[in-house]
Design a protein around this ligand. Structure first.
Ligand code: NHX
Ligand code: ZN
Length: 664
């Protein structure tokens, strides 16, 4: 293990510790046997002339046989034989036939002969025993290698200690300033850093130091980054291992690895041990049907024992990450183990903006890039997704030969993630193109005429992905936590605006509104069944909680009878019908603008910003001020603060204020 310690100083190098010697000798054995077999086959298979017994007797009678070796099955020897008209001495072989006269004949002619036990038994032994055994062993080791899975190298006989990849970074260089958008989690972990830095302060008070911190949150939210940041802030070594590295074919291997890991960590204390994907230990049973339940239990037990066993005052803090805390063994959460849980939520709009700001460090952006818009456009994105979007935008900008990343590219990167690739090649007749344009302008017009709707960001008739022919984007300025009845109603009207425009202009409707209608139906049903927003059905929740993430297979045994079901359907229908009438009314009152806007949209294919304001009015479109990331802090900053040092103009700042103070 001494070499491990030496290598620990090189950061970020995965180390593979363990023995492969047994594996080698196994291969060696197989190779030797194979060589033996081949050699034998060569020597045994010397070019004998195969003769019939009668031919052999003819040769014998005509004194052409020189010598003979008799085995149980064969007679071999040398004989003078015809070869291209010349007599040559050649070796021959015949299959032995019951012939009591043979010995007398040989004696009579004075031919040298001997009996011999054929060494062919070796061949037989090889085929009957060694070869099948070899094949079985080969197959076995191959299978195990396949199944031992996850871990990488190793295989059958590497019962070694921790061949687990232990990434040791002597200091991670990452600190809390690299972590954005999860402020609560960071706040929680500051205590851990404090302990690692000043253990004496805590010990003097006799305070119990946390041993284990569990980071709980969906993938990509920055759990690993957070753990690294703790190590970086405290400037201690960072041991990292994945829970899946503990899951092995053989009972006890994982447990041995756990013990080894803790031994290594304690030698390096104070330090952070980070176990990623802790739930892999809980999943083990399903993942490998051949591995028994015991392995998982033993590994888990080893982990618990190790956590109980070591003194946290030494300064080893275990951090673990999981996105499914519910499947973890309860024993892990007991005091003295992972008694502290830190929830790492997906970021809200402010968090996303902060994350974007962090990831834009060291990248060149054009002046018009507005990270607030990107943050508003990416609900549900986690840190990793946002980082990916920025990278995508950088790649796009490079491909387009730009010197800096532009807003177009940033938006395109997000579009690709949310609606799919542009498909300009999708050919459509002018008639269909016009219909699409009217549909989209219908949405936008209705949205602009209603008071409780989100500002319109963009109208586009460029097809995207597999099934979208056009789209209208609205951007909420803030994360919506509550939605009023009137806001939902207005949303329904906007969603029906597309079809309403089609009907008004063409007198008939198309299947294109399919996805709009799905949304509309969902919203209306939620009003009636979930939010108590229908007078006829009252303040009652008719749906069982369920469906969604908790219970995706929920059957439809909700809380209502047949009469109520009818009433719900009727009410949903009525809400939608009323909204549709209202949408049509709004459009028919503004038919000229709708026509002009559609004509323009058909020309330019995308309407946004000022071009959009021309038809919808400046206060109904998104009007985020252009703002960059260059250390000025978030866009919500007080204008007074950035007066002296910020390069942005006063105009910019006033725009910012206006956008964010917008009520509703
Ligand atoms: C389709 N997509 O898949 C075509 C390509 C009305 C201008 N048939 O509301 O893109 O029509 O405001 C099966 C059957 C999607 C699957 C019908 C998937 C219909 C989007 C709807 C714009 N913007 N509609 C919109 C749109 C469409 C759809 C379907 C489907 C259009 C509209 C999709
Ligand atoms: Zn639509």
């Amino acid at each position: 293990m001494s070499d491990t310690k030496e290598k620990n100083n090189t950061p970020k190098k995965p180390q593979t510790v363990g023995t492969k010697k047994f594996n080698f000798s196994l291969w060696y054995l197989v190779a030797v046997l194979l060589a033996l077999f081949i050699a034998q086959a060569y020597m045994g298979g010397q070019h004998y002339e195969k003769l019939s017994y009668s031919k052999f007797k003819d040769l014998l009678n005509s004194d052409k046989i020189k010598n003979v070796v008799i085995t149980q099955e064969n007679i071999r020897g040398d004989a003078m034989m015809d070869s291209a008209g010349v007599q040559v001495q050649k070796p021959f072989e015949v299959v032995r036939v019951e012939d009591p006269e043979l010995v007398k004949q040989l004696e009579g002619k004075g031919i040298e002969f001997e009996g011999r036990f054929d060494s062919d038994w070796l061949k037989g032994f090889f085929f009957a025993w060694i070869l099948p055994l070899g094949i079985i062993i080969l197959l076995w080791s191959f299978l195990i290698r396949k199944m031992g899975g996850g871990g990488g190298a190793g295989g059958l006989m590497s019962f070694g200690k921790s061949r687990a990849k232990v990434y040791v970074e002597s200091s991670t260089k990452i600190n809390f300033s690299d972590v954005a958008g999860i402020d609560e989690a960071v706040e929680e972990l500051k205590e851990v850093v404090d302990f690692l830095k000043h253990p004496a302060k805590f010990r003097a008070l006799g305070a119990q130091i946390p041993k284990g911190v569990m980071l709980v949150g969906p993938p990509g939210t920055g759990k690993t980054l957070l753990a690294k940041a703790v190590a970086g802030e405290a400037n201690v070594p960072f041991f990292s291992i994945s829970g899946s590295d503990f899951v092995e074919m053989f009972v006890g291997v994982g447990a041995a690895r756990v013990r080894d890991l803790f031994a290594q960590a304690q030698a390096k204390a104070p330090c952070i041990v980070f176990i990623d994907e802790l739930d892999a230990l809980g999943k083990a049973r399903g993942a490998n049907p051949w591995a028994s339940h015991d392995e998982r239990e033993q590994t888990l037990n080893a982990l618990l024992v190790e956590m109980d066993g070591f003194e946290s005052s030494k300064g080893v803090i275990i951090m673990a990450a999981t996105n499914r805390p519910e499947i973890l063994d309860m024993a892990l959460m007991r005091p003295g183990r992972f008694d502290r849980q830190v929830v790492v939520d997906p970021p809200n709009i402010d968090g996303r903006e902060a994350i974007l700001r962090v990831h834009s460090k060291g990248k060149k952006f054009a002046k018009d890039v507005n990270l607030r818009v990107i943050a508003a456009r990416t609900p549900g994105f986690a840190g990793a997704d946002l980082a990916n979007s920025i990278n995508e935008a950088a790649l796009l900008s490079a491909r387009r030969g730009k010197k800096e990343i532009g807003m177009r590219e940033m938006e395109e990167a997000v579009d690709r993630e949310t609606t799919g690739l542009e498909r300009r090649s999708r050919v459509m007749t002018p008639k269909v193109k016009e219909k699409i344009a009217y549909h989209e302008c219908g949405h936008a017009m209705v949205g602009a005429k209603l008071p409780n709707t989100d500002p319109i960001h963009r109208v586009s008739i460029i097809p995207r992905g597999t099934s979208t022919l056009g789209h209208t984007l609205y951007l909420p300025a803030e994360e919506q936590v509550l939605i009023t009845k009137q806001e939902i109603v207005d949303k329904i009207k906007v969603a029906l605006g597309g079809r309403a425009a089609e009907e008004l202009i063409y007198g008939e409707v198309s299947s294109g509104a399919y996805s709009d209608l799905q949304q509309v139906t969902g919203m209306a049903r939620a009003m009636v069944m979930d939010y108590g927003m229908s007078e006829k059905l009252g303040q009652v929740v008719y749906r069982k909680r369920g469906g969604g993430r908790d219970n995706p297979f929920q059957a439809q045994d909700d809380y209502y009878g047949e009469k109520t079901a009818e009433a719900i359907d009727h009410e949903v229908r009525e809400i939608i019908d009323n909204c549709y009438d209202e949408a049509k009314r709004l459009l028919s009152e503004n038919l000229d603008v709708l026509r002009n806007m559609t004509t323009e949209l058909l020309k330019v294919e995308i309407l946004e910003g000022d071009a959009l304001a021309e038809f919808l009015g400046k206060d109904r479109i998104t009007d985020f001020a252009a703002h960059m990331h260059d250390g000025k802090g978030p866009i919500v900053e007080e204008p007074a603060k950035s007066d002296d040092d910020a390069p942005s103009t006063d105009e910019d700042d006033s725009n910012v204020g206006k956008t964010l103070d917008r009520e509703g």
